[in-house]
Design a protein around this ligand. Structure first.
Ligand code: HEC
Length: 109
């Protein structure tokens, strides 16, 4: 019985931990600790993202990204860029500084 309870507790903790695991991702920690340059972020966006999301991020093949930070946390925005979970959006592997600048730009939309 104790064993069963222990197992249930273990699974519950594992699930709770998994939903927050991104907060401890070293790449994301690194990105969030950097200074952000919005101007550079805009340039990175125009090169990599504008083809699908539109030059002003108002949507094209991909959805509009206006007011993105109202519905997604910093961690979720970074995850969207690096995870490749929503094809046809590709998986990007930006340098942490590029991701930090891009994040600053995306949060201004
Ligand atoms: C090949 C086209 C394509 C490219 C290039 C692309 N995206 Fe996307 N993006 C999409 C599509 C399609 C979706 C919607 C996916 C879904 O919801 O299933 C999406 C979704 C998103 C979302 C989630 C929007 C929301 O409302 O939650 C974010 C944020 C995003 N993209 C950011 C970016 C950024 C930043 C870049 C450049 C680094 C980029 N995308 C490049 C196609 C693209």
């Amino acid at each position: 019985m104790i064993f069963v309870l222990g197992f249930v507790l273990f699974v519950a903790i594992a699930i709770a931990g998994f939903s927050h695991y991104r907060d401890f991702d070293p790449y994301i920690q690194n990105v969030l600790a950097l200074e952000q340059n919005i101007q550079r972020g805009q340039e990175i966006f125009e090169i990599n993202c504008a083809g699908c999301h539109g030059v002003y991020a108002t949507g094209y093949v991909g959805p509009s990204l206006e007011h993105l930070s109202d519905r997604k946390s910093d961690t979720q925005i970074i995850g969207q860029v690096i995870d490749g979970m929503t094809p046809p959006m590709p998986k990007f592997q930006p340098e942490p500084q590029d991701m930090a600048d891009l994040l600053a730009y995306l949060k201004r939309l």
